[in-house]
Design a protein around this ligand. Structure first.
Ligand code: NAD
Ligand code: UDP
Ligand code: UDP
Length: 312
């Protein structure tokens, strides 16, 4: 019998790569998505697969299906997308989590939540360990995402304590790769698209803020290891690449790899934009035997190749 797996947000960037990987591992995959930020194009190559199914559905509404494992990825992830309809963003995180947890409880499925480094807010602790409680503004423009994801974590842990549900919570740090949305406003896609089109590269602030970028294949490996880890490993566990650099360094790498002559320009830093972000992945190393394997240079080259194909 093939393992039946539900992936919410399966037509998105991370979700579509996860579906690819699960099908390669001989699973029966049900993808649920409302195409808010995802696209049919991301999963077009899977539509003829015998063990791939898709339901167009908003997870803020109840869903009655069967599954043994649920990966809950549905949620817009980039600031541009999650700020477009902030009320819907909170609903997706909170009502969506309640529905998927209710579903998991009914069918006794294991359920994994794709949480985020954003639960740490603009952190005073560096690098961030899972026991850091965060510094999040509850009323800012990022709050719909940050607080929504924090409340989803609360719900996961209460279903665990109250109903003994098999939960897994991972906190994903900036991830990039092919099938990122070209207009999602995230830094990697923005810089690559700008460089390929010969447009100015928009650095927000002085470009001295840091991030650490994980390639999508590494991240998917981490999700699968977490889902299949022993029952007592519930998380939260950070997944990300600890190699940290400044946004300016990223811009310079993109210029070099695209051989672009775009200019760097400096624009205002958005509100609540964290100055530093780097995961401490000791727990993932120890409990999942996981660490990223793809270097940023290799990952960027793959991603640039994808955007070149996309733009013909
Ligand atoms: P994405 O926007 O490409 O994918 C999200 C998917 O969820 C899309 O296909 C979208 O259509 C779908 N969706 C949104 N709201 C929905 C709803 N109410 N019902 C059903 N489907 C809905 O984003 P992504 O980068 O693939 O992120 C996937 C998950 O990982 C998100 O939960 C995100 O918060 C989390 N995450 C991603 C990153 C990253 O760097 N990519 C970092 C931290 C956390
Ligand atoms: N739910 C769902 N699919 C299911 C089971 C439940 O979508 O297969 C939703 C349903 O809308 C419910 C929510 O999950 O309101 C929470 O379910 P739970 O059983 O925890 O609570 P209750 O049904 O008591 O509200
Ligand atoms: N950023 C930038 N130029 C852009 C897009 C983003 O300088 O065109 C900066 C942004 O201000 C932030 C960093 O790059 O400091 C990462 O931004 P992103 O939105 O990708 O992710 P997040 O802020 O969620 O880590």
């Amino acid at each position: 019998m093939k393992k039946r797996i539900l992936v919410t947000g399966g037509a998105g960037f991370l979700g579509s790569h996860l579906c690819d990987r699960l099908l390669k591992e001989d699973c029966d995959v049900l993808c649920v998505d409302n195409y808010y930020t995802g696209s049919k194009q991301n999963i077009a190559h899977l539509l003829d697969h015998q063990y791939f199914e898709i339901i167009r559905q908003d997870i803020t509404f109840p869903l009655y299906v069967e599954a043994e494992q649920i990966y809950n990825l549905a949620c817009p992830a980039s600031p541009v997308h999650y700020q477009r309809d902030p009320v819907q963003t909170t609903k997706t995180s909170v009502h969506g989590a309640i529905n998927m947890l209710g579903l998991a409880k009914r069918v006794k499925a294991r359920i994994l939540q794709a949480s985020t480094s954003e639960v740490y807010g603009d952190p005073e602790v560096h690098p961030q360990t899972e026991d850091y409680l965060g510094r999040v503004n509850p009323i800012g423009i990022r709050s719909c995402y940050d607080e929504g994801k924090r409340c989803a974590e609360t719900l996961f842990f209460d279903y665990y304590r109250q109903y003994n549900l098999g939960i897994k919570v991972v906190r994903i740090f900036n991830t990039y790769g092919p099938r990122m949305h070209p207009n999602d406003g995230r830094v990697v896609s923005n810089f690559i698209v700008q460089a390929l089109r010969g447009e100015d590269i928009t650095i927000y602030g002085g470009g001295q803020q840091t991030r650490s970028f994980c390639y999508v294949d590494d991240l998917v490996e981490g999700l699968i290891r977490m889902m299949n880890s022993p029952a007592q490993v519930v998380g939260p566990i950070n997944l990300g690449n600890p190699s940290e650099f400044t946004i300016r360094e990223l811009a310079e790498k993109v210029l070099r790899f695209t051989e672009s002559r775009s200019k760097l320009i400096f624009m205002p830093l958005p509100q609540d934009d964290p100055q530093q972000r780097q995961p401490d992945i000791s727990q993932a190393r120890e409990k999942l035997g996981w660490q990223p394997a793809v270097s940023v240079d290799d990952g960027l080259k793959e991603t640039i190749a994808y955007f070149k194909r996309l733009f013909g």
